[in-house]
Ligand binder design. Structure first.
Ligand SMILES: [Zn+2]
Length: 197
């Protein structure tokens, strides 16, 4: 197995060095679960871990990164990416969840942290509900060492899903919600829904 797929192992016996990992995909693809898995492994190795998410995401607890299966990790909600730099102490690993809701300054913040030797793990939606690249995720992917794209399962046909199709009428870019407002669709089912060819 590619050693790079498990970056935790490459720290053993090596001097600290920073990089950026991106975990992206649609809603219901398990992004947050994968972020939590990586952060927990780092904590078991007694690495110092801090977790941030944008203040906008208040669906569940204000202080927890909560995946939909309720495996929670405590984290700090911040209003802007600059606050992450200010609030970061002596850490080895920084996790950032729901990164699509941050502005573009997140890209510089993550690169700055990585340049200082921090392992930065960013999870977020790579596309909005219309299938367009979402917020800082594309630029983060371009400047990261490692990208993991995870997939949901298409609710119509069972193929791999990459779109977060919105089932409600709102045209707002940010509508927080769960299965009552979004459903995962594959490319063909998304195109059927939107009349694309
Ligand atoms: Zn489908």
């Amino acid at each position: 197995m590619d050693q790079y797929f498990f970056p935790e192992t490459s720290r053993i016996g090596a001097p600290p060095r920073g990089w950026i990992e991106v975990i992206c995909g649609s809603m219901f693809s398990g992004k947050t679960e994968e972020l939590i898995r990586r952060l927990n492994r780092a904590r078991i190795a007694r690495q110092r871990v801090e977790i941030f998410k944008p203040m906008i995401d208040t669906r569940y607890s204000v202080e927890d990164v909560v995946s939909h299966d309720a495996k929670a990790i405590r984290c700090t909600p911040v209003a802007s990416p600059g606050n992450i730099l200010l609030m970061t102490g002596d850490v080895d690993v920084i996790g950032i969840d729901e990164a699509q809701f941050f502005d573009m300054s997140l890209v510089d913040v993550c690169n700055s942290l990585a340049n200082q030797g921090v392992r930065v793990i960013v999870a977020g939606l790579d596309m909005d509900y219309l299938g367009k690249p979402f917020g800082p995720l594309p630029a983060l992917m371009a400047t990261s060492e490692d990208i993991t794209k995870v997939h949901a399962i298409c609710i119509r046909c069972g193929n791999l899903a990459l779109y977060s199709h919105r089932t409600s009428e709102s045209n707002q870019l940010v509508v927080l919600g769960e299965t009552d407002k979004y459903e995962p669709l594959c490319r063909s089912c998304f195109n059927l829904e939107h009349g694309n060819k």
